[in-house]
Design a protein around this ligand. Structure first.
Ligand code: MRU
Length: 347
C-alpha cells in the first residue's frame, strides 16, 4: 500500500520550517525557509502552503518558531500567544488551523515556567505530522474500498500530499485505489481562480504516474452528462456537526451534478477537520478573497475597473448531497448529526 513517495510539503529542518512553495508549482520546485512568524503568516495567506491539514501543521511548527524567536524574553508566554493569534488570523475557514494552534496552547499550559519549551512543542508538531500521514493511509484504504474496480474519478482543488503532511485525503483515496486497480484515471477540475487543480493536483498525480485530465470547472456537468464520472472524491476544510461540508469553491456544484446523474459524492477528511462546535454549514465562516485573484490573467487585465467582484474561497455542500464521509477511523454513509457523532465519539 502507498508506494507513492510523500510530497515534501513541509518539513522541520534543524531549526526552521521548510515549505514547498506552492505558488510557483508546477513550473518551479522551490522551497521557502521559514524562521519567523510574519513569513509563515504571509506564506499561509498567499497560499505558498495551503490545504486544511497542511496549514494546521504549518501552524503547529509555527508554535515552535514562536518559542525560538521569543527565547529569553521575560514575557515569552504572552508573546507566543500573540504570535499564535497572528497565525490564527491568516485564514478563517479550515478548522485544522485552529485545532493545531489549540493543541500547542495546551502544551504551553501544561509546562510551568519551563527553561526551554521548544522540545515539547516540536515533539507535539512531529506527532501531529505523523498522525496526519497515518490518517491519510487509513483514509486511502477506507475510501478506495468504496470504489468499483476501474473507476473514473473526478476531484476538485487539491486534496493531496500538497494539502497535508504528504499523502492527502481525496488523493490518498485515489493513490490507494490506483494501486489496487480501483481507479483507472482521474479528472481534475482546474479550480478557478487559483488553479489548485490544474497546477497542483495534476502535478501530484503525474508525479505518481496516475493518468489525469484537467477540465475547466464549467465543463464538469457536461462530463457527468457524458457518463465519464464514476465517483467524485474531494477533501474538506471543515465539516459541521450536521455533516455539511465546506470545501473549495466549486465543490457544491459538483455535488449537485453528481446527485442529478446518480454518481456517488465522497468527502475524505481527517478527524481534525470535523468541527463539533459548528452546528451547520451556515455557521461556517467562508473566507472572502481579494479582487486581484480575478481581475488579471498574468499581466493582462481582464475586468474593467468599474466591475465589482465576489470571490468566496469556499462553499458549503449540504449533508444530504454527500454519499459518504471517509475519515481515518471509518466511513459515515449519508452523514447526519447522529451518525457523525457516533463515529467521532462526540455523542
Ligand atoms: O484555498 P486552499 O487551496 O487552501 O483550499 C484547499 C481545499 O479546499 C482543499 O480541498 C481542502 O483544504 C482539503 S485538503 C486535504
Amino acid at each position: 500500500m502507498f508506494e507513492v513517495e510523500p510530497v515534501p510539503t513541509l518539513r522541520w529542518v534543524d531549526d526552521h520550517l521548510r515549505l514547498l512553495d506552492q505558488r510557483v508549482l508546477p513550473q518551479t520546485v522551490e522551497f521557502l525557509e521559514i524562521r519567523d512568524i510574519d513569513s509563515l503568516a504571509e506564506a499561509i495567506r498567499t497560499l505558498a502552503v495551503r490545504g486544511a491539514p497542511a496549514i494546521g501543521l504549518a501552524a503547529a511548527y509555527g508554535a515552535v518558531i514562536a518559542a525560538i524567536t521569543t527565547k529569553n524574553r521575560p514575557d515569552q508566554r504572552h508573546r507566543i500567544d500573540q504570535l499564535l493569534d497572528v497565525l490564527a488570523g491568516t485564514r478563517p475557514t479550515a478548522v485544522n488551523l485552529f485545532h493545531c494552534i489549540e493543541i500547542q496552547r495546551q502544551v504551553l499550559d501544561g509546562v510551568e515556567d519551563p527553561p526551554d519549551i521548544v522540545p515539547e512543542l516540536l515533539s507535539t508538531a512531529h506527532r501531529l505530522f505523523e498522525e496526519d500521514l497515518n490518517a491519510s493511509r487509513a483514509m486511502g484504504r477506507f475510501g478506495s474500498d468504496l470504489l468499483e474496480p476501474g473507476s473514473i474519478v473526478l476531484t476538485h482543488c487539491n486534496a493531496g500530499g500538497l494539502a497535508t503532511s504528504g499523502l492527502g485525503t481525496a488523493l490518498a483515496v485515489i493513490y490507494d485505489g490506483w494501486e489496487r486497480g480501483r481507479v483507472a484515471r482521474v479528472y481534475a477540475d482546474e479550480t478557478r481562480p487559483l488553479l489548485q487543480g490544474a497546477r497542483l493536483t495534476s502535478w501530484e498525480l503525474a508525479r505518481a504516474g496516475i493518468p489525469v485530465q484537467v477540465l475547466p470547472d464549467s465543463a464538469a456537468a457536461s462530463l457527468f452528462a457524458a457518463g465519464e464520472v464514476d465517483a467524485v472524491v474531494v477533501g474538506s476544510d471543515r465539516i459541521a456537526a450536521n455533516g455539511d461540508v465546506a470545501n473549495k469553491i466549486g465543490t457544491y456544484p459538483l455535488a449537485l451534478a453528481a446527485d442529478r446523474h446518480g454518481v456517488p459524492f465522497y468527502v475524505a477528511a481527517p478527524l481534525s477537520t470535523f468541527d463539533a462546535d459548528t452546528s451547520t454549514g451556515a455557521d461556517i465562516l467562508i473566507e472572502q478573497r481579494g479582487r486581484g485573484e480575478l481581475e488579471c490573467y498574468g499581466e493582462r487585465l481582464l475586468m474593467p475597473l468599474e466591475a465589482g467582484f465576489w470571490n468566496p474561497a469556499f462553499d458549503v455542500t449540504p449533508a444530504d448531497l454527500v454519499t459518504a464521509i471517509i475519515c481515518e477511523i471509518g466511513v459515515v454513509r449519508q452523514p447526519t448529526r447522529r451518525s457523525i457523532s457516533q463515529l467521532t465519539g462526540n455523542v
